[in-house]
Design a protein. Structure first.
Ligand SMILES: [Zn+2]
Ligand SMILES: [Zn+2]
Length: 332
């Protein structure tokens, strides 16, 4: 199981106070902690359908720690078509074809591929350059608090987007409780006006949690175990029950309150759609059931937690089990 003393944490709608749920500003889903993911793969053969390590993490980082090789990856990323050796060499501007050939050879098979039409990036190469553009390693956000047009779910205060390097909180200016608290790659905000940054962070948070809810770690893509738990260590603060999404490979854990995990559940999307509301395009703090402690523990063995969702006098109640699966739906 997850060792909470050794994980970075992210959470949504946890009602947590600033700095409570992680070690200072490092809370959130990044930086990624690289682990040795190859041990399991060694126990199965390729013939049986295995994912095997083709190079070590050390080698991958070493390959990328070279200006010429990074320039070649960036040139291939910017190109719309595969590039010939000479075009790629011209784009990088080394002027030494022998040296350049050496660098391309090192990248081949992992980050670039040679095709009859020329050199192109592999999916891994795209991923690397995309990560550099997103800026988790190279960029930072510098911004004062940005007002959010919403009231705090927990007191009479109002919300604001608070940015600290790559860590974003949408939190109450008065009681300092968080509605959202997560690491967001700084480059994510670059193409949006500053006043929209809290909404950008909200959308980013949703996709991170939906990824986890679907079973993939947002950090390392490893398998996620979803567990509904009755607040074991005060992590969920004002909420009686919460959900932990724990990666079985890297140990990353994200926390949400039970209601928040239902934002993408089909019956909830349809309930609002039938009433003229696009829940996918409405900030999560607009929905009381997602940010207030309205869930009710109906039983502990088996665990059943009910979340009432109300809109214009109609009520949809969903009951989830210990794995965050919906096991009952009631529309009144
Ligand atoms: Zn407040
Ligand atoms: Zn992971």
């Amino acid at each position: 199981m997850t060792d909470r003393d050794h994980v970075d944490e992210g959470y949504v709608d946890g009602g947590g106070r600033s700095g409570q749920s992680a070690r200072g500003a490092t809370l959130g889903s990044r930086p990624c902690r690289v682990t040795d993911g190859g041990s399991d793969a060694e126990n199965v053969t390729a013939e049986s359908g295995a994912v095997v390590e083709q190079l070590s993490a050390d080698t991958a980082f070493e390959l990328l720690s070279n200006e010429t090789r990074l320039s070649a990856l960036r040139a291939l990323f910017d190109a719309t078509d595969p590039l010939s050796f000479s075009d790629l060499n011209d784009a990088v501007g080394t002027g030494d074809s022998g040296q350049f050939n050496y660098h391309l050879d090192r990248l081949r098979g992992v980050f670039i591929r040679k095709t009859p039409d020329g050199y192109k990036l592999t999916a891994e190469g795209m991923d690397v350059v995309g990560s550099l553009l997103a800026g988790p390693y190279t960029k930072t956000v510098e911004a004062d608090a940005i007002p959010v047009d919403a009231d705090c779910p927990y007191c009479e205060g109002t919300l604001a987007g608070i940015f600290d390097d790559d860590h974003v909180r949408v939190a109450c200016r008065n009681c300092d409780r968080d509605v959202i608290s997560l690491a967001v790659p700084p480059g994510t905000f670059e193409h949006y006006p500053r006043e929209e940054w809290p909404l950008v962070a909200e959308q980013w948070t949703r996709q991170e949690f939906e990824t986890a809810h679907r079973g993939f770690c947002p950090v390392c893509h490893g398998p996620i175990e979803s567990t509904v738990e009755i607040d074991p260590d005060g992590i969920y603060d004002v909420f009686e029950a919460g959900i932990s999404y724990a990666c079985q490979r890297c140990g990353e854990v994200q926390y949400a309150n039970v209601g928040a995990c239902l934002c993408w559940y089909p019956a909830v999307v349809a309930f609002y759609h039938d009433r003229g509301v696009d829940i996918t395009d409405t900030p999560v703090w607009e929905f009381e059931w997602a940010v207030q402690p309205s869930a009710e523990i109906r039983s502990t063995d088996p665990l059943r937690v009910a979340v009432p969702i109300e809109h214009d006098g109609d009520r949809l109640t969903l009951v989830v089990d210990q794995h965050a699966d919906v096991v009952e739906e009631h529309l009144e």
